[in-house]
Design a binder for this molecule. Structure first.
Ligand code: PGA
Ligand code: ZN
Length: 384
């Protein structure tokens, strides 16, 4: 039974204010702190700002006191995620999972068995700041045999890029990806070489909403702009030429049609982030239209763990690869590590470097050590 709930202010990796919520039951005190996004989509559940949360908190809190921890998501739905705010809502929901299961993954699965490959951000751009228009140049250590090896591989690649491209690097962005003054094609060439040396494959998150204006996709360095048809050709060429294993949001959040066309032609994972916004209703449309074969799972886009799970279950039933993901502005909460192991997601996307990301890797390693027969997940739809 919930005896008390407290709210405190903390700072996330972007140095913005966020919240930490603690739920007290007879079993102990269980906390959670939600992340926030920078390139947020139109269809995701919306957070409230911290000052607003502080105002509504006393009234919201009253609805939970004396109720069971298993009732938290139901009570949130009764109040409405919009009113609670997706950030307070997710914090309450995750803290409740910990109150129910202590080790959060056990809420989803009794034993930890399957571990996700970390998808690591190396060179950055787009809304996360950087020289390039594409938001994230990613690596996937497909040959790693253990979670430790997988995490180390990504970190080694990230370091090697920093060394090799040093003359062109001007800093790091909000996900600690390198800001590099080389154009996208040259960056991909270097990245492909380095990734290959480490037995990894590469991917790109275009976060295409941010480069779209009046019907065209705009790129800088060199300046060019594409119609959706040209964008399709451009993405297909990149997949072929750089053996991409993964592309995310190559089109805007309403373009199910081009997502479907790409999925038909591309021999790699085609993931929807802003397209689906972790909403089961959006994924339903995607399944029907065969738009994509993978889905980004960001619990704060959904607002509660129950809603997240509803989307995950539909994804699994429909053969979509689940990619459990952080947000660009993270806290040290490690819930997504438990979620990825608990739902047996093949991939976890949580950058490469920085203490908020390390918190997730540490948790994965801890779960690996505790597991009886741990193994890396099965990857599908990575053909080349
Ligand atoms: P975010 O986006 O900045 O909204 O977290 C990251 C992403 O697009 O995957
Ligand atoms: Zn994305």
């Amino acid at each position: 039974m919930i005896k008390d709930i407290t709210l405190s202010e903390i700072y996330n990796s972007c140095k913005d204010k966020t919240i930490n919520v603690s739920i007290k039951t007879e079993k102990g005190i269980f906390s959670a702190s939600p992340p926030s996004g920078t390139s947020t989509g139109k269809y995701e559940a919306k957070p409230l700002d911290v000052e607003e949360i502080k105002k509504i908190f006393p009234k919201v809190k009253k609805k939970f006191i004396g109720r069971g921890e298993k009732e938290v998501d139901k009570i949130i739905e009764m109040i409405g995620i919009k009113k609670v705010g997706a950030n307070l809502s997710l914090a309450l929901s995750v803290a409740a999972i910990r109150a129910i299961a202590f080790d959060a993954y056990k809420f989803f699965k009794k034993e930890a068995e399957s571990f996700p490959y970390p998808l690591g951000n190396t060179i950055g751009g787009g809304a996360h700041s950087g020289y390039l228009s594409e938001q994230e140049f990613l690596v996937l250590p497909v040959k790693a045999k253990t979670i430790n090896e997988a995490v180390k591989t990504n970190l080694s690649i990230w370091k090697e890029i920093g060394k090799t491209l040093k003359p062109f690097i001007t800093g790091r962005n909000r996900e600690n990806a390198w800001i590099c003054k080389l154009n996208d094609i040259k960056s991909l060439e270097v990245l492909e070489d380095i990734a290959e040396d480490f037995g990894a494959r590469i991917g790109i998150d275009f976060a295409a909403n941010n480069i779209f204006k009046d019907g065209r996709y705009y790129y800088r360095h060199p300046d060019r702009n594409f119609s959706a048809e040209d964008q399709l050709g451009f993405v297909l060429d990149l997949i072929k030429n750089y053996k991409l294993a993964y592309v995310e949001d190559p089109f805007i959040e309403n373009d199910f049609e081009h997502f479907a066309e790409l999925t038909k032609k591309a021999k790699c994972l085609v993931a929807g982030d802003d397209l689906f916004a972790t909403q089961s209703s959006r994924l339903k449309q995607g399944v029907k239209k065969k738009a994509g074969n993978a889905i980004i799972i960001k619990p704060n886009q959904a607002g509660t763990v129950s809603r997240t799970l509803e989307t995950v279950n539909l994804a699994k039933k429909s053969g979509f690869t689940t990619v459990v993901s952080h947000r660009s502005c993270e806290t040290e909460d490690n819930f997504i590590a438990d979620l990825a192991v608990g739902i047996e997601a093949p991939i976890i996307k949580c950058a490469t470097y920085g203490k908020e990301r390390e918190a997730k890797f540490k948790r994965l390693e801890e779960l690996w050590m505790k597991a009886k027969k741990p193994k890396m997940a099965k990857l599908r739809n990575i053909f080349i």
